[in-house]
Design a binder for this molecule. Structure first.
Ligand SMILES: [Zn+2]
Length: 109
């Protein structure tokens, strides 16, 4: 059984669009979600190694070796992510036009 972590990303941001002051655990979650947003919205279809997001879960107290996969839902524009190893899953909404939205990034090919 797996739980889906549903996050409204705007709740993590202050009025300037920066990361709001967060307690440690929330900050770590924020950083992971921000990395997932960058990965999911990056125009390159291949995920470069530097954009890969390691799974943060520790089943049986061992770090999960999984790498997070993510997809954009065309209908809802939510980012759906999951770990193929431990089945950790989540949904991110309200990520659009944040500092971590790479949709308009200029990438030279
Ligand atoms: Zn995992």
């Amino acid at each position: 059984m797996s739980n889906t972590l549903i996050v409204d990303f705007s709740h993590f941001l202050d009025e300037n669009g920066d990361m709001a002051p967060l307690p440690g655990a929330a900050e770590r979650l924020f950083l992971q979600l921000a990395a997932i947003i960058i990965m999911a919205t990056h125009p390159d279809s291949e995920t470069l190694p530097e954009y890969q997001v390691p799974c943060r879960r520790r089943p049986q107290r061992k770090p999960c070796p999984g790498t997070i996969q993510a997809d954009l839902d065309d209908e809802t524009e939510e980012i759906v992510w999951w770990c193929p190893i431990c089945q950790d899953t989540g949904i991110i909404s309200n990520w659009q036009e944040t500092l971590w939205d790479m949709t308009d990034a200029d990438i030279e090919h």
